[in-house]
Design a protein around this ligand. Structure first.
Ligand code: XMP
Length: 513
C-alpha cells in the first residue's frame, strides 16, 4: 500500500466499519484491525493515524479488551471514540466510572457544547446534537489532557492532549445522528494526522483486482450469482480480474421474486461469461417444509446453497475458490468479530462447518451498499443494475412468516410484484431504498361481495437509508399506498387485508425475519 493509511482499532462496537467507511469517504485509505494488534505491528504499517472504536464492554470489566500500552509511545495521532476514549483515559492514568450508580446507560441524541479551540471542532458551531451510547464516562482526565466538549449528563464529552495528538470523543461522530460528525473525523484526519486525501474507489478496484489475480493464480473460481447488486458487481470485478477462470452459478431456489430468475438469465446468460442456472426449487422447498424458526430457515438455505455449489463445482472440475458477494452489513449483523449477533446473514453465518472448496473469497466484505454501487459504476455496470434495490440471499423465505409453501410463495410474489409496479408508476423507485411485501402469518376476517372471508394480511415495507445499518420507514404517499392496497386485495386471492410497517431500524430490522 503506497498511499497513506489509517488503522481503526476494533474494540467490538457495532459501528466500527462505519468509522472505516467515514474515513474512506474523507479520501483516506483505512483498514479495521483487532484490538490485540501490537505496537510493533502497528509501527511496521506506518499509519498516519489510529482510531480506537467503541465497544460493548466496560474498561474495568473482567474480559475488557485493552490496547497495547506501547501504542501510545509510537508518536502516532490517536482518536478514541466512546469505549475508545475510555481505553485511552484508563491506559494513560485517568479514571473511568459508571454513568449512574444504578448502572443505566446514557443513550440517544444529546445537546453538546464544543470548544472551538479543539482542532476536531474547527469551523463547526459551538453547540450541536451528538449521539451518545455509553455506560461509563470519564471522571478524571489523564495528565496533560483538557476537556474540549461537555453535555448536561457528560462532563467530558471530548478531551485532547494537543502535544501528543491524542483526542477522545465520548459520543459517536460516525453515525448520522451526530451533527457534523463526519466533519469531526475529517478534521482529525486532515488537521491532526496530515492526510492528503490520496484515496478513491478507483484505488480499491485496482488493489482488489491485483489481490484477486494473485490469490487465484491458475485456479478456477465459482461465483454465487444471485443477480442482486452485490453479486453482480462482484461478477464484473472477477471477470475483469480473472476472465474465463470464472464460472457464475445462479441457484434458482424458488424463493425469487416474480419473473426474476428469467431476468437474471437474460442479463448474464447471453455473453462471454460462463453462466449456469440451476433449478433447485424442489429441493429447497423440501428442506424448508414445516420450518418456522427464522434462524433455522436462514441456516438451511445457506447450507443448501453451498451443497448445490459444491455439486456444480464438481461438474466443472477442479474449482479452487468460491466467491461470494458478502458485504459489510452482512458480516457485522452475523456477529463476526466482537459485535453482538442480530441475524445470521446468508453468505456468512449460514455457512456449514465444512465447505468443499480450497478457499472462499469475499472481496466486497469491507464495503457498504453505497460503496458497492460506487464500485459498480467504476466497473462500468449500467445504472439499472447498480441501483437495483437489495434482495436478501434467503429471498422470500424470510418474508413469509411461519411455514413456507409453494402456494404462499406464489401469493407473495403476486403481491410484491404489484407493490413494485405501483412504486415504479409513482416514480419512487430510486427515492425508497428498499420496498417489498411480506406475508404475515396472520389471518383475519373480511367481507368481499356479500361473503365473509378469513384470509391473510400482507404487510408492506418501505425504507430509506444510506447504509442499511440504520433505516427510517419511507413516507410513501397515501394515494400510492391506497393503489397498492386496492390492487392487492382485488388481484391476489386469499389476501383480505394490507398493512404498512412504520417502524425504523433500530428497533426493527428491514426484513421481518
Ligand atoms: P436487516 O433485515 O438485517 O436487513 O435489517 C438489512 C439489509 O440486508 C438485507 N439482508 C440480507 N442480505 N443475505 C443478504 O444477502 C441475508 O441473509 C440478508 N438478510 C437481510 C436486507 O434485505 C436489507 O437490505
Amino acid at each position: 500500500m503506497a498511499g497513506q493509511l489509517v488503522l481503526v482499532i476494533d474494540f467490538g462496537g457495532q459501528y466500527n466499519q462505519l468509522i472505516a467507511r467515514r474515513v474512506r469517504e474523507c479520501g483516506v485509505y483505512c483498514e479495521v484491525v483487532p484490538y490485540r494488534i501490537s505496537a510493533d505491528e502497528i509501527a511496521a504499517r506506518q499509519p498516519i493515524g489510529l482510531i480506537f472504536t467503541g465497544g460493548p464492554n466496560s474498561i474495568y470489566g473482567e474480559n475488557a479488551p485493552r490496547p497495547d500500552p506501547k501504542i501510545f509511545e509510537l508518536g502516532i495521532p490517536i482518536l478514541g471514540i466512546c469505549y475508545g476514549i475510555h481505553a485511552m483515559a484508563y491506559t494513560l492514568g485517568g479514571k473511568v466510572v459508571p454513568v449512574a450508580a444504578d448502572g443505566k446507560r446514557e443513550y440517544g441524541k444529546t445537546t453538546t457544547h464544543y470548544d472551538g479551540n479543539c482542532k476536531l471542532f474547527d469551523g463547526l458551531p459551538s453547540v450541536g446534537i451528538s449521539w451518545m451510547s455509553h455506560g461509563d464516562s470519564i471522571a478524571e482526565l489523564p495528565e496533560g489532557f483538557e476537556i474540549m466538549a461537555h453535555s448536561d449528563g457528560c462532563p467530558v464529552a471530548a478531551m485532547q492532549n494537543v502535544q501528543k495528538k491524542f483526542y477522545g470523543l465520548q459520543f459517536h461522530p460516525e453515525v448520522t445522528h451526530t451533527e457534523n460528525g463526519t466533519q469531526m473525523i475529517r478534521n482529525f484526519l486532515y488537521n491532526v494526522c496530515g492526510a492528503n486525501g490520496d484515496w478513491a474507489m478507483g484505488d480499491f478496484l485496482r488493489i482488489q483486482e491485483e489481490e484477486i489475480r494473485r490469490r487465484v493464480g491458475d485456479g478456477k473460481v465459482l461465483l454465487a450469482l444471485s443477480g442482486g447488486v452485490d453479486s453482480s458487481v462482484l461478477a464484473a470485478l472477477l471477470e475483469r480480474a480473472v476472465g474465463d477462470k470464472l464460472t457464475c452459478v445462479f441457484v434458482d431456489h424458488g424463493l425469487m421474486r416474480k419473473d426474476e430468475g428469467d431476468e437474471i438469465e437474460r442479463i448474464f446468460g447471453g455473453g462471454a461469461m460462463h453462466f449456469v442456472r440451476v433449478d433447485a426449487e424442489k429441493r429447497f422447498l423440501e428442506k424448508l417444509a414445516g420450518v418456522t424458526e427464522p434462524e433455522r430457515k436462514r441456516k438451511i438455505i445457506g447450507e443448501e446453497f453451498i451443497r448445490v455449489f459444491e455439486e456444480e463445482a464438481k461438474k466443472i472440475g477442479a474449482v479452487d475458490f468460491l466467491a461470494q458477494g458478502t458485504i459489510y452489513p452482512d458480516v457485522i449483523e452475523s456477529g463476526l468479530g466482537d459485535a453482538a449477533v442480530i441475524k445470521s446473514h446468508h453468505n456468512v453465518g449460514g455457512l456449514p462447518d465444512y465447505v468443499d472448496f480450497k478457499e472462499i473469497i469475499e472481496p466486497l466484505r469491507l464495503l457498504f451498499k453505497d460503496e458497492v454501487r460506487a464500485l459498480g459504476g467504476e466497473l462500468g455496470l449500467p445504472d439499472s443494475l447498480v441501483w437495483r434495490q437489495p434482495f436478501p440471499g434467503p429471498g422470500l423465505a424470510i418474508r413469509i412468516i411461519g411455514e413456507i409453501t409453494k402456494d404462499k410463495l406464489d401469493l407473495l410474489r403476486e403481491a410484491d410484484a404489484i407493490m413494485r409496479e405501483e412504486i415504479a408508476n409513482a416514480g419512487l423507485m430510486y427515492s425508497i431504498n428498499q420496498y417489498f411485501a411480506v406475508l404475515t402469518n396472520m389471518r383475519s376476517v373480511g367481507v368481499m361481495g356479500d361473503g365473509r372471508t378469513y384470509d391473510y394480511a400482507i404487510a408492506l415495507r418501505g425504507v430509506v437509508t444510506d447504509d442499511f445499518m440504520t433505516v427510517d420507514w419511507a413516507r410513501i404517499p397515501f394515494d400510492v399506498l391506497n393503489k397498492i392496497s386496492v390492487r392487492i386485495v382485488n388481484e391476489v386471492p386469499h389476501v383480505n387485508r394490507v398493512l404498512y410497517d412504520i417502524t425504523s431500524k433500530p428497533p426493527a430490522t428491514v426484513e421481518w425475519e
